[in-house]
Design a protein around this ligand. Structure first.
Ligand code: ATP
Ligand code: MG
Length: 401
């Protein structure tokens, strides 16, 4: 059966073939096609060298030219065309000391990590399957190309890739592959934290995340990863897919070690998100009335509140206290979210300046305090959001010192 994405990329392969080169679809796109999964991007492998690829296409970007990859822009889409490549020995458990370009497909697929990822397919949808990848896909098995021990020793990232493919695809890990993964875990410490985090994000968001995560814990992989090695990951249960920030937040509520998130080199936005999520989890058990839920939703947002409602299994399996379902349930959250008179402070009908000119006092901590009291009063419908009413309410209820 043809596939639109392959058909769209076909003229690129034909262009290479018309000039005497071999060209194939390769890697994840072929695997996903055989599994009837959504294909994300088409990768092309060819016997043409990067220089030769550049001469054959109008719009090219030399993204990873020294490693053999040229990006070709075609009908507005970006395609990675990579020259058949073999690798010299690995000396640091994470990258080959040298790569060189070759003219045989076999050499190229031999260096790839798993049999399911070492499949190439031509424009007639004929598979070039040197390592029984199709059979392994059929049996739902993750198996290294070649000797497992050697392949994980070369590049420890493959251990995490194996686990995240398990989490995404729900495959079993073939026995020798699993044993070699376990035995090479200590090499994970050579990897850059950025590459580790990329794989972890994917592992945590798979349909079969609990399985991949359990195996990762069982092989004690976290002991060799920055940041996580400080935690007892055996205690941290993952029972459903989680975003990376949610995962970190649950972990830190369960084990409040205050390890700097900077060790993970994530963005400042994500760091802030984790801090917010930690506060949200910690505040859950304090919600015992509708009024408290209203404040909670105002402070953190209804989307986030709903998220924690849906993730209650993740909280309880990690022995984290949550809110009573009598108050904290989808219907009440929804209801409150729709009724909130204001959604954020700047919707308040007074500003700090208004408070200062009304009282004739200079700015200070009291302004922040008064604004907070006012916004809560509005949220809880004790006063309407109108300037005169707010100032009167402040005079009566807010003690200013
Ligand atoms: P995804 O669907 O997540 O993109 P993928 O299999 O396409 O999965 P990529 O990281 O995009 O994974 O890599 C493309 C291909 O490159 C893989 O299918 C595999 O053949 C090869 N590959 C990637 N990383 C490695 C590695 N560390 N060692 C050996 N081969 C690798
Ligand atoms: Mg890919």
């Amino acid at each position: 059966m043809t596939n639109t994405l392959f058909e769209q990329a076909k003229p690129l392969l034909e262009q290479l073939e018309d000039h005497g080169y071999q060209a194939y679809y390769v890697g994840g796109c072929v695997r996903d096609y055989l599994m009837d999964r959504t294909i994300h991007d088409i990768d092309i492998t060819t016997s043409a060298t990067p220089d030769e690829v550049e001469t054959l296409f109008d719009k090219t970007i030399p993204v990873g030219k020294e490693h053999g990859t040229i990006n070709v822009v075609y009908h507005g889409e970006n395609y990675e065309i990579t020259t058949f490549r073999a690798e010299a020995e690995y000396t640091d458990h994470r990258r080959p000391s040298e790569v060189y370009f070759v003219r045989e497909l076999y050499e190229d697929v031999k260096r790839r990590d798993f049999t399911m990822n070492a499949l190439a397919m031509d424009t007639d949808y004929q598979l070039h399957d040197y390592f029984n990848g199709r059979e392994d896909i059929h049996h739902k098995l993750i198996r290294t190309v070649g000797e497992a021990q050697e392949r994980f020793d070369e590049d420890a990232l493959r251990i995490l890739r194996g686990l995240r493919f398990q989490a995404q695809l729900g495959f079993d890990i073939e026995q020798a592959t699993y044993t070699a993964m376990e035995e090479n875990c200590s090499s994970l410490e050579y990897l850059s934290v950025e590459r580790v985090v990329v794989e972890l994000r994917k592992l945590l968001s798979g349909d079969e995340t609990p399985r991949g995560y359990r195996n990762m814990v069982d092989m004690q992989a976290f002991d060799y990863l920055p940041y996580f090695k400080s935690y007892d990951m055996n205690k941290m249960q993952v029972v459903e897919p989680l975003s990376f920030t949610t995962f970190l937040a649950i972990l830190n509520v369960q084990q409040p070690l205050e390890m700097p998130l900077a060790h993970l080199k994530i963005s400042n936005d994500e760091k802030k998100e984790v801090t917010k999520l930690v506060a949200m989890i910690q505040a859950l058990p304090t919600i015992t009335t509708k009024k408290q839920l209203r404040t909670y939703i105002y402070d953190y947002g209804s989307k986030e509140a709903k998220m924690w409602f849906q993730l209650q299994k993740s909280l309880s399996s990690n022995d984290i206290a949550t809110a009573s379902p009598l108050i904290f349930n989808m219907q009440t959250i929804e209801e409150i979210a729709q009724q909130l008179p204001i959604r954020q402070r700047n919707e308040l009908a007074v500003t700090g300046k208004d408070l200062m000119s009304h009282t004739g006092l200079k700015g200070g901590k009291w302004v922040k305090y008064a604004l907070r009291a006012l916004e809560l009063a509005v949220v809880n419908e004790q006063v309407i959001n109108q300037q005169k009413a707010l100032l009167e309410w402040m005079d009566q209820h807010v003690e200013i010192q």
